[in-house]
Design a protein around this ligand. Structure first.
Ligand code: FPP
Length: 247
């Protein structure tokens, strides 16, 4: 039986998030420029997006560029932005064919004009697609998102639109970039690093975390199937006891 056949289709993660790490190390190991690692990484993005759509995972969120990534050398930032534009141009067809809606979270105004325009264009063109929502986290940082949320809610309190006593989880959820997405069920990080790196801090409160040594450019559908099978063998208790869940 293949790995794919072993997956229980009725217990898939509803929201899968991925920290795609290791492009630079992949390139270094092969004596190549880091930009080639990112280029190879974008091919892995396509395979994983198509596989998630095929499995009918409704929400996939990819950490493509963090607020901290702006501090990388200008050449690398420029390369990543160019890669984003070329991937969007090229992959619109993949999104259309697979009925995937593109979404983006982060401080998108910080993106170069060309990347921002291309992104908004693909978001607009795919907005009625319904099989899967692919969210790209771009110029994204969870702390920045939380600060923005607190500022927006504070302003509403100041203008008497919300009473402090009514602030609950749903009020916070509705002010995050991810307001239209469910909580993350499974978070995968590649490349052997065991960190969250300022990604979706609020949204991963009850996520299962899965770390693999595979570098992102080498990540293939079988690696994803292994992660999902591992997730399906875990008991998600959400603070309850095992006996409460299995009376
Ligand atoms: C981390 O590897 C990866 C990134 C900072 C960028 C992720 C981008 C891609 C996978 C390609 C383009 C994506 C899209 C959506 C078109 P790293 O450079 O930090 O690797 P290292 O830790 O080995 O240096």
């Amino acid at each position: 039986m293949t790995l794919q056949d072993q997956i229980d289709k009725s217990r898939l993660p509803r929201h899968l998030a991925v920290i795609m790490d290791g492009n630079g190390r992949w390139a270094k190991k092969k004596g190549l420029f880091r930009s080639l690692g990112h280029e190879k990484g974008s091919q892995a993005v396509r395979e994983i997006v198509e596989t998630c759509a095929e499995l009918s995972i409704p929400y996939l969120t990819l950490y493509a560029f963090s607020t901290e990534n702006w501090n990388r050398p200008k050449f690398e930032v420029d390369t990543l932005m160019k890669l984003l534009v070329s991937s969007l141009k090229k992959e619109i067809k993949t999104l259309e064919e697979n009925n995937i809606k593109l979404n983006a979270i982060g401080n998108l105004d910080a993106l170069p004009n060309k990347a921002h325009r291309e992104l908004l264009d693909v978001i607009e063109r795919t907005k009625t697609n319904s099989k899967m929502t692919l969210t790209l986290a771009l110029s994204y940082g969870a702390r920045e998102e939380i600060i923005k949320t607190i500022k927006e809610i504070s302003l509403k309190v100041k203008n008497n639109l919300i009473s402090p006593s009514n602030i609950d989880e749903s009020v916070i959820n509705n002010h995050l970039y991810t307001r239209d997405l469910p909580d993350v069920d499974l978070l995968i990080r590649t490349s052997g690093e065991h960190r969250i790196s300022n990604f979706l801090l609020w949204q991963i409160a009850y996520a299962e975390l899965y770390f693999t040594d595979t570098l992102w450019p080498d990540y293939r559908k079988d690696h994803l199937f292994e992660a999902i099978l591992n997730y399906q063998n875990r008991e998600r208790r959400f603070g309850k006891t095992s006996e409460q869940l299995n009376p």
